[in-house]
Design a protein around this ligand. Structure first.
Ligand code: FES
Length: 156
């Protein structure tokens, strides 16, 4: 995952791209995640100032949505779908396997990897679904998961 360090000027450009409209906060936060990888305290402060919201308002939205991580991601981001169709096809067991295999818990990161839940990747017909660095994989068994991650490590 390629992101860059938070930069106030770039953040201002992103906010201006949404006409600094407070009702666009969620979309702006998505754009921040896309650009910077995570939402830090400086980003929350700037959003509050430029959108004329309180910091508590911004923080409330950030903490409500799973997508808005508040710590830096690892080099690779792995998301395992936890929505209904994937749960019915074993995503909980797959998540437990991933935690054991990667040595990190869901919602956490090390320098290399971030492991996160996601709620439907639009790939329900091929559940359980996993997304690795923006690429979706379907019918992911624990064995297939290890193969996918093995390929990732081989690529580094
Ligand atoms: S429920 Fe997992 S992809 Fe839709």
């Amino acid at each position: 995952m390629t992101t860059e360090a938070f930069d106030k000027r770039l953040a201002a450009e992103i906010i201006a791209g949404f006409d600094a409209r407070p009702e666009m906060l969620v979309q702006i936060l998505h754009a921040f995640i896309e650009r910077f990888g995570w939402i830090n305290a400086d980003a929350i402060r700037q959003l509050a100032e430029e959108l004329n919201l309180s910091r508590a308002d911004v923080h409330g939205v950030v903490s409500y949505y799973h997508d808005f991580r508040t710590s830096p991601p690892g080099q690779h981001v792995i998301r395992i779908c936890q929505a209904e169709a994937c749960q019915a096809m074993g995503s909980r067991e797959l998540s437990a396997h991933a935690e054991g295999s990667l040595g990190i818990e869901m919602h956490s990161s090390n320098a290399d990897l971030t492991l996160e839940p996601v709620y439907c990747l639009g790939n329900c017909a091929c559940s359980p679904a996993v997304m690795v660095d923006g690429k979706t994989y379907g019918r992911v068994s624990p064995k297939r998961f290890d193969e996918i991650l093995g390929g990732l490590r081989g690529a580094n």
